[in-house]
Write a protein that binds this ligand. Structure first.
Ligand SMILES: Nc1ncnc2c1ncn2[C@@H]1O[C@H](COP(=O)(O)OP(=O)(O)O)[C@@H](O)[C@H]1O
Ligand SMILES: [Mg+2]
Length: 236
């Protein structure tokens, strides 16, 4: 077993997620995840691949505590996350988990660095440190020359790299990315893919990424899919 397999960062225990559908003539339950047990180990990179509508985003949202399961528990190290108050959970999420989505969700009218400073501003970190950390991570994603540009004046690839910098500025233990390059051309996608891999190695940051992109999936340590409402490994 490699060193990465030694310690679990996040454990899913008996996670089930059911959605209601067809509310007009009585709601029907759709089971998306059923009694899922899964371990995410410190420092590893995981691609979640597979057909649309199977529950990949649902899984990522639960791991990121953005959605709650109908049943089951989620542990971060030994901490039972859904037992925390809403306030404690929000603060945990802000400091420990980074998110990147298909669309960058940057604040328009604000500069790259102002966008990256947001997670620090809602924590108790000093402004001086927030500025230093934001500059450093923007430089790391190759945007030193763009830090004072407004979000809407950046290219698509640059906007997604600002979103990545914002997700990483708090040095999260895990980065969760949902189709992070689904909206980018091949060249920009490739740049973001390689950045993700480098940052996973450099920062020892665990990475879980939902993707349809075979280049990105191939770069991860592990590939899993959701089949019959469970997480299973895929070979190839
Ligand atoms: N909030 C919701 N309410 C009802 N159904 C939902 C909700 N979120 C997701 N679903 C349904 O659950 C299934 C899985 O969705 P999702 O996790 O987004 O799939 P994927 O990311 O693999 O494409 C889909 O059939 C979707 O329509
Ligand atoms: Mg999805």
């Amino acid at each position: 077993m490699s060193r990465k397999e030694d310690s679990s960062l996040i454990s899913l225990k008996g996670i089930s997620r059911i959605f209601k559908s067809g509310a007009i003539n009585g709601a029907v339950d759709i089971e998306i995840l059923k009694n899922v047990d899964f371990e995410i180990y410190k420092g590893e990179s995981i691609a979640v691949v597979g057909a649309s509508g199977t529950g990949k985003s649902t899984l990522l949202h639960i791991v990121g505590t953005l959605d709650r399961p109908n049943q089951g528990e989620l542990f971060f190290e030994k901490q039972n996350l859904f037992a925390l108050s809403q306030e404690k959970l929000a603060s945990f999420r802000n400091s420990k988990i980074g998110f990147v989505f298909q669309f960058h969700h940057l604040l328009q009218g604000f500069s790259a660095i102002e966008n990256v400073m947001v997670p620090g501003m809602i924590s108790s970190i000093s402004r001086k440190k927030i500025v230093m950390d934001s500059e450093a991570i923007l430089e790391r994603v190759g945007l030193k020359h763009r830090i004072h540009h407004r979000a809407e004046d950046l290219s698509g690839g640059e906007q997604q790299r600002v979103a990545l910098a914002r997700a990483l500025v708090m040095k999260p233990d895990i980065l969760l990315a949902d189709e992070p390059t689904g909206n980018l051309d091949k060249q920009n996608s490739s740049q973001v893919h390689h950045l993700l891999v480098e940052l996973n190695r450099e920062l020892g940051m665990t990475l879980m990424v939902v993707t349809h992109n075979s280049e990105l999936a191939a770069l991860m340590d592990k590939r899993v899919t959701i089949q019959d409402c469970k997480i299973v490994g895929v070979t190839s």
